[in-house]
Design a protein around this ligand. Structure first.
Ligand code: NAP
Ligand code: G4F
Length: 323
């Protein structure tokens, strides 16, 4: 039975990845910050909480990470833990860097010293591109220009993962994943904020949704498809970095159109307000990824399209609130 160690198990991707690996017969060990106080709602919704071996620890605690990897002896390590909210990273850049940059380096050290036969996956991000390019087919060779403390911390972790591969001949690779969403997405991110808000409006629980820059455009895919790509990257002979995206970009206007259509509203303008507190000091205006390498070498393709994704999220939020 192959053994996997996942950090960020309680998060959106950690939950879907746990479900996927369990279905493939893996023994899954998941890092959690507090066995008593952590919120396990995603693992509970997917009915996998009791099937994952929950291990207490923090990505910032190197000694603990070394002890865990020595005990578990995993075949695969997936580093998904992070301070993931871009907006919050301007308010707490130090904690963001401690977790995302230094935390990843500490895990790489634990991997090199205590589990060097394992394969290592790093959760890199399309935020590293910064949305500054005039061509919107961003791939593995495109230059990087992070525009937030979050993206900058992830850039460090990304290059450290490359560096451990090149310096120590370890199997370490990064997935440069574009935005991926699901009914398990955190409520602070714009997709879920909108689908939850729309469901509340439908049920009379709220009158409007307050947003920031609604002209932003993203390449949004389904998280369930993206964790499959993470696993495929670690099944390769050779460690390589891959862009994972749909190749299609949409604006927040498109997202609002589809979400409101689900509750029978065609003109959403009276239901949206804009608040400067949701605007970012430097915005990533547009992202679109070119996933040719993943298609060619991993045989990976996204299955769920944008419209289906938004509908799935609205339906689930309605179901939750009705309960
Ligand atoms: P998420 O839902 O926000 O989950 C983040 C996870 O990190 C949570 O389990 C959280 O645990 C854990 N965590 C935070 N700080 C930690 C620490 N100090 N020690 C241990 N665990 C800690 O994020 P996600 O959307 O699943 O994303 C997974 C990874 O992919 C992240 O690294 C993210 O940056 C990256 N990524 C995401 C996307 C996307 O669109 N979703 C795109 C590109 C890259 P608690 O429950 O204790 O808070
Ligand atoms: O949903 P968002 O907060 O996601 P963002 O910033 O793209 O980051 C997500 O995807 C990254 C991959 O590219 C991950 F690395 C990262 O961890 C995270 O998962 O914002 C999307 C866009 C932004 O341009 C933001 O300014 O939506 C805009 N937006 C407009 N109004 C808003 C809002 N974002 C949020 N969160 N809340 C608003 O009210």
């Amino acid at each position: 039975m192959p053994k996997a160690f996942i950090t960020g198990t309680t998060g959106q991707d950690g939950a879907y990845l746990s479900e996927l690996l369990l279905s493939k017969g893996y023994e899954v060990h998941g890092l959690v910050r507090d066995k008593e106080k952590s919120d396990f709602w995603r693992l509970v919704e997917l009915d996998v909480k009791d099937k994952v071996n929950l291990v207490e620890g923090d990505l910032t605690d190197e000694e603990r990470l070394k002890n865990i990897l020595t005990d578990i002896k995993p075949d695969e390590i997936y580093n998904l833990a992070a301070q993931t909210f871009v907006g919050a990273s301007w308010h707490d850049p130090v904690a963001t860097a401690d977790i995302n940059a230094m935390g990843t380096l500490k895990l790489l050290e634990a991997f090199k010293n205590c589990a060097s036969n394992a394969k290592f996956y790093q959760a890199s991000t399309s935020e590293m591109y910064g949305g500054i390019h005039t061509s919107f087919a961003l791939d593995e060779a495109t230059s990087l220009h992070p525009r937030s403390p979050y993206a900058t911390s992830k850039l460090f972790a990304h290059w450290m993962t490359v560096n451990y591969r090149e310096s120590f001949d370890l199997f370490s690779c990064s997935g440069i994943l574009f935005n991926h969403e699901s009914p398990l997405r955190g409520i602070e991110f714009v997709t879920r904020k909108i689908t939850d808000g729309v469901a509340r409006i439908k049920l009379g629980l709220s009158k409007s949704i307050s947003l920031g820059n609604i002209d932003a455009k993203r390449d949004w895919g389904f998280a369930g498809d993206y964790v499959e790509a993470m696993w495929l990257m670690l099944q390769q002979e050779k460690p390589e970095d891959f862009v994972i995206s749909t190749g299609v970009t949409h604006s927040i206007h498109d997202l609002l159109d589809i979400a409101f259509e689900e509750i029978g509203i065609n003109d959403w303008s009276n239901y949206i307000t804009q608040d400067p507190k949701f605007m970012r000091p430097s915005e990533v205006k547009e992202l679109c990824g070119k996933n040719e390498k993943a298609k060619r070498l991993l045989g990976w393709e996204p299955k769920v399209e944008f419209k289906e994704l938004v509908k799935m999220m609205v339906e689930k939020d309605l179901e939750r609130l009705e309960k």
